[in-house]
Design a protein around this ligand. Structure first.
Ligand code: AMP
Ligand code: TRP
Length: 329
């Protein structure tokens, strides 16, 4: 039987953090052999807010290197840059014309990102979910492995596919959100009621390329409560988040009960220092690999060129079907 196709992407708009790793990339890596995988660096999404051109150009390459450093095998998985395949922007235009404004108005991420500065934000930021739909639907993906915060965008993608298929012709596969229960929402270390995020300030997160000293400091300072026993109690949000990270980074098959037993009679301090060690050990090989790849700038350029060349024919085929169905050309 043919493998199911996964498509996902991350914006090259900041350094990656532990939330991105545990909510997204780690799952891509764990399941890469079971699926046909396409992973994109979504640079057209990044320019929905102002970017410095030189910095953006570098970040695009850095993000692709992170994908590989985290364990995606570039021989088996397609890694490419969104703007290298012109059909993303082209199909997004067709979707802009198909998508009612009311659907976009419901997107909570847009509301959160713009707040009371809606009129100053770019039109691109508003139609961003239609571009995301184009990314996914161009490749007839079966599923989209993302964190919980992207669920609404994947649901909109399904709505757009269904509307197109109904009103024009059945061109698109309707994809599923593939969201894991564990790790889908890693919380900020300095405020466990907010998600860990690029825009949340330096004390809220751990970057994948942080040094051991910084990692230890951030975890030591993580907000918990005045309790003492280390158990998975969702009411104690800070503690729960640390334990959740500990569980995700433990060997496969480790249970919550085993972790609670391990920490029985020990306090939050022990959890924090063991967790810091686990995070440092997890990130060490990723950082090593990242440095290795960075030594030869041609390496990543070649991977990205090959990736785009490999999947462009799929995008061209879908786009020409969509165009024809709409009577264009
Ligand atoms: P972003 O950094 O918002 O571009 O997100 C890139 C990917 O990481 C998406 O799949 C998100 O769902 C995922 N992600 C971002 N922040 C978190 C978080 N705090 N917990 C889990 N997943 C996250
Ligand atoms: N919107 C996603 C985010 O902010 C990034 C993204 C763009 C994406 N296109 C995608 C994710 C297609 C999955 C599939 O994280």
């Amino acid at each position: 039987m043919a493998k199911l196709r996964a498509f996902s992407g991350i914006q090259p708009s900041g350094d990656l953090h532990l939330g991105n790793y545990l909510g997204a990339i780690r799952n891509w890596v764990l399941e890469q052999s079971e699926r046909d995988n396409i992973y994109c660096v979504v640079d057209l999404h990044a320019i929905t807010v102002p970017q410095d051109p030189e910095a953006l150009h570098k970040r695009i390459r850095d993000l692709a290197k992170i994908y590989i450093a985290c364990g995606l095998d570039p021989e088996a998985v397609t890694i490419f840059v969104q703007s290298h395949v012109a059909e993303h922007a082209q199909l997004a235009w067709l979707f802009n014309c198909l998508t009612p404004i009311g659907w976009l108005n419901r997107m909570t991420q847009f509301k959160e990102k713009t707040g009371d500065r809606r009129d100053q934000s770019s039109a691109g930021l508003f139609v961003y979910p239609a571009l995301m739909a184009a990314d996914i639907l161009l490749y007839q993906a079966d599923g989209v492995p993302v964190g919980e915060d992207q669920k609404q965008h994947v649901e909109l993608t399904r709505d757009i596919a269904e509307k197109f298929n109904r009103e024009y012709a059945p061109v698109f596969k309707v994809p599923q959100p593939w969201i894991k229960e564990d790790g889908a929402r890693i919380m900020a270390l300095d405020d466990p009621h907010k998600k860990m995020s690029k825009s949340g300030g330096p004390n809220n997160l751990i970057y994948l390329l942080d040094t051991p000293d910084v990692i230890v400091k951030r975890i030591k300072r993580a907000v918990t409560d005045t309790g003492t026993n280390v158990v998975f109690d969702p009411e104690r949000a800070g503690l729960y988040n640390l334990l959740e990270i500990y569980l995700l980074l433990s060997p496969a098959g480790t249970t919550k009960e085993q972790i609670e037993q391990h920490f029985e009679g020990k306090g939050y301090g022990a959890l924090k220092s063991e967790l810091a060690e686990l995070v440092v050990e997890t990130l060490k090989p990723i950082q090593q690999k990242y440095n290795e790849i960075s030594a030869d700038p041609n390496y990543i350029e070649e991977i990205l060129k090959r990736g785009a060349d490999r999947i462009r024919p799929i995008a061209e085929k879908t786009y020409s079907e969509a165009k024809a169905a709409m009577g264009l050309g």
